[in-house]
Design a protein around this ligand. Structure first.
Ligand code: TYD
Length: 423
């Protein structure tokens, strides 16, 4: 086992007890549960790979001052986003429609004037920017993984291979001018150095420019016990409270907050320089929801930990029961999130025969840490199991629609969101 990890900050020790500092404001953060040594969420490997598997101590914490939910330590970005990064956004049809809607709303509400310029951070395979490319809007994707950037370029999306930073922001502004909009989807929550990202964005934006980004939402995680949103790539789980704290440091404020169905519950935040555009009613509404949930209250996280433990015990109990009845269970969707579920619950090939996934780069490999084979959809359809464990619950609608033959043949879905049950 390799456990080379990066702490959020050098821990300081007072009376033998480690204190970790908030990545945003430097305050001492409060860890509230530990998942133990976890593999990378996307660390799929070949079955014959005998090299030690990379692991890191996964421990979520909350900052009592700025309320930011964060991992105490995380692997270096180079471990996670590299030339062979397995995640391609473009694999889901419904996600394609979602990103088209995101692009349309930014274009409609926030881009005016001639020759606008849009930048997307972590633009992946171009699933969002291809819309701007199609409309003839000047755009630039900034994407650290070379293989997915290449896929974007192949469909006419202008993309630079880089990690975004204040230096990258200066270089982009120097070459293309300031941006009307900076966008990101499922990217911001991945970046431990987010203070520097915020600085770069503030530099890159026009005075009236907007930052529009979306990420899995802490409120949904707490309400639905979706602890599988906690994995190495998710350094943060944001709320409007914490987004205001983070970007307020560079003079931006949230002016619109819109809940999204994606990734099992996300929030889209639109920000602008303070006072430049009106703060819409949605912001006060979401802030009130967060206060009612107690996002700033440590007791909330103790309750959450207990809910995770109860959900884990219920899922393992159910899987053992159906296994004892001689039934087959196949996982559906080798998501990064399922890495947390399988490793936290101790689900291996003894309980789940294989996981079916449409992503060619995952097929033929085994799941991170738990080593369950990943197989193409044809293997699922060739001999339906009695149960399919819906790891990709964030695509439930799309999946249920196309798997009517599975249910017609008597197949049942097992879900754990918001609670463990057989559908
Ligand atoms: P994703 O939604 O990106 O979740 P995460 O961020 O946790 O990785 O992953 C969805 C996975 O499910 C992806 O590997 C593709 C797979 N998938 C299928 O196999 N079949 C489907 O019909 C859909 C929608 C997804």
């Amino acid at each position: 086992m390799t456990t080379a990890t990066h702490s959020t900050a050098a821990p300081s020790s007072t009376s033998g007890k480690e204190t970790h500092r908030c990545l945003i404001c430097g305050e001492g953060i409060r860890p509230f549960m530990t998942f133990g040594p976890m593999p990378l969420g996307n660390g799929f490997r070949r079955p014959d790979d005998t090299r030690p598997e990379y692991r890191f101590e996964m421990e979520p914490a909350v900052c009592p001052k700025c309320t930011t939910f964060q991992l105490v330590r995380q692997p270096s970005p180079e471990q996670m986003f590299h030339g062979e990064y397995a995640f391609f956004s473009g694999t889901s049809k419904r996600m394609g429609e979602h990103f088209r809607g995101f692009a349309e709303s930014v274009r409609r509400d926030f881009i005016a004037g001639t020759d606008p310029f849009v930048v997307e951070l972590g633009s992946n395979d171009g699933i969002m920017l291809r819309n701007f490319a199609g409309w003839g809007v000047r755009h630039l994707g900034v994407e650290p993984s070379a293989n997915v950037a290449e896929a974007a370029r192949a469909q006419g999306v202008r993309t630079m291979v880089a990690f975004f930073s204040p230096d990258t922001a200066r270089a982009i502004r120097g070459e293309h001018g300031p941006a009307d909009a900076v966008m990101a989807a499922n990217v911001m929550c991945h970046i431990p150095t987010i203070n520097a990202i915020a600085e770069g964005i503030a530099h890159l934006l026009k005075p009236e420019g907007v930052l529009a980004f979306e990420d899995p939402y802490l409120g949904d995680v707490l309400e639905q016990t979706t602890y599988d949103q906690i994995y190495d790539e998710h350094t943060f789980l944001f709320s409007v409270h914490s987004v205001n704290a983070i970007f307020g440091r560079v003079g931006l404020e949230v002016i619109r907050a819109e809940p999204q169905w994606t990734h099992g519950g996300s929030m889209r935040y639109t920000l602008c320089r303070k006072g430049v555009r009106p703060v819409e009613r949605s912001v006060a509404e979401v802030l009130a929801r967060e206060r009612a949930l107690g996002v700033a209250d440590m007791a909330t996280y103790d309750r959450f930990r207990r809910a995770c433990e109860a959900q884990r015990d219920a899922l393992v109990g159910l899987l053992r029961k159906v296994k004892a009845e001689g039934k087959r269970v196949v996982g559906y969707g080798a998501t990064s999130k399922s890495t947390t579920i399988m490793n936290y619950c101790g689900i291996g090939p003894d309980l789940v025969e294989f996981v079916t996934d449409t992503t060619p780069t995952k097929q033929g490999k085994v799941t991170p840490g738990s080593h369950v084979p990943v197989r193409p959809h044809a293997d699922f359809a060739a001999r339906y199991p009695e149960y399919a464990l819906l790891f990709a619950y964030n695509h439930a609608q799309e999946i249920m629609e196309k798997e009517k033959a599975f249910t017609a043949a008597g197949g049942r879905w097992i879900t754990y969101v918001p609670e463990v049950k057989v559908l």
